[in-house]
Design a protein around this ligand. Structure first.
Ligand SMILES: [Fe+2]
Length: 360
């Protein structure tokens, strides 16, 4: 806003003062805005305006970009999030994840009570997480329909707290694609929750299931994210991976809204960890369409014979003994949840849409 208290722009001038224009937009943010908005929005507006000017964006391009986001919203359901996918192919979700891990890792190091063990690395959530998956007994399979010729895998491990002690009662969500490269939500011919399950760790912090060795798959490219990939001349494939999400207690941020709410009240003070593990032998490890591969998350599937684990003398259930070909032991180390802060962040979920306009 200028000295006359106006934020209009004189477009008849030969040299329009774009910097002044951007500053007037930033200055329009009310003093009543939250501290987080007052800190973040000026940066957002400045960078966005710089992009528009430097790329010399046309009206047609701007409208096309708006239409692309509208389309993403229209095809988003509770089983597929196209907006997340749009952010993924531009590397944004992975960047947010990298910053989140750095933040929690540094907080853990500062905490004198914390274990010397490094927290497990996180990875992006992706568009196919599902709410409301029922908890099933440890050791049972998440493969809900026989997958002929698939590589059945025993997946097990322990979840540890911030002090390095086994954590009882943590929920472990696991999901991966079927051998045809599709998640359950993409394939109505498959049973509900196929290749997806939720477990609760026992008194030793253990979880266990039988899943499949996953296969590389293309992310959905039939809408906005696919159009972006096409524009950039990129392929849509992801390397073979298994998604894992663990929680015990309440945390703030995106993972919270995707956690089951029964842990909201009984806060045990650990930050939800959302992660993935990647098959070392998979294609596309070096050119993941959504930039999520971290060296620390690349793992090996260990071959086992006749459903028996050499390590623990484990024997598979009779019906799966002939198909169980690999095992994968994967432990996870959680960090303490970050407590309340003076700046609560952007509560976008809590904003009321509509209603009376804000009066200055
Ligand atoms: Fe995935």
């Amino acid at each position: 806003m200028d000295s006359n208290g106006t934020n209009t722009i004189n477009a008849s001038e030969e040299q329009i003062d774009l910097e002044h224009y951007t500053q007037s937009v930033i200055a329009s943010i009310s003093s009543k805005a939250s501290p987080r908005v007052k800190k973040a929005f000026p940066i957002l507006i400045k960078k966005l305006h710089e992009f528009i000017v430097e790329a010399d964006v046309t009206v047609e391009e701007w409208l096309a970009a708006c239409a692309l986001l509208v389309e993403a919203g229209q095809v988003t359901t509770d089983q597929r999030d196209e907006m997340v996918l749009v952010s993924d192919v531009l590397g944004v979700e992975s960047l947010v994840d990298i910053l989140a891990f750095k933040r929690s890792s540094e907080a853990a190091k500062k905490d004198q009570q914390a274990s010397a063990v490094e927290p497990s690395h996180s990875a992006i959530l992706g568009p196919f997480y599902r709410h409301g998956v029922p908890i099933q007994p440890n050791g049972t399979t998440i493969v809900r329909q026989l997958e002929k010729d698939a590589d059945y895998t025993r997946l097990f491990g322990r979840v540890f707290d911030a002090q390095g002690k086994p954590l009882k009662g943590a929920t472990v969500d696991i999901w991966h694609d079927a051998p045809d490269g599709l998640y359950d939500a993409q394939d109505p011919t498959k049973p509900q929750y196929h290749c997806r399950g939720r477990f609760e760790t026992d008194e030793n912090g253990r979880y266990e299931t039988i899943c499949l060795r996953p296969t590389p798959y293309p992310i959905p490219f039939d809408h906005s994210a696919g159009k972006l990939l096409q524009m950039m001349g990129r392929h849509p494939y992801r390397p073979a991976h298994i998604h894992v999400s663990k929680s015990q207690g309440w945390v703030r941020g995106i993972p919270l809204t995707l956690c089951v709410t029964q842990f909201w009240i009984e806060a045990a003070g650990h930050k939800t960890l959302v992660s993935q593990v990647f098959d070392r032998e998979s294609d596309y490890l070096k050119d993941d369409a959504v930039f999520a591969v971290k060296d620390s998350l690349i793992i090996d599937f260990i071959p086992i014979a006749q459903g028996k684990s050499a390590k623990e003398g484990y024997t598979a259930p009779d019906e799966l003994r002939d198909v169980l070909k690999y095992e994968l032991e994967q432990d996870f180390h959680l960090t303490k949840a970050v407590g309340g802060s003076e700046d609560p962040g952007l509560d976008i979920q809590g904003l009321a849409i509509g209603g009376e306009p804000v009066k200055s």
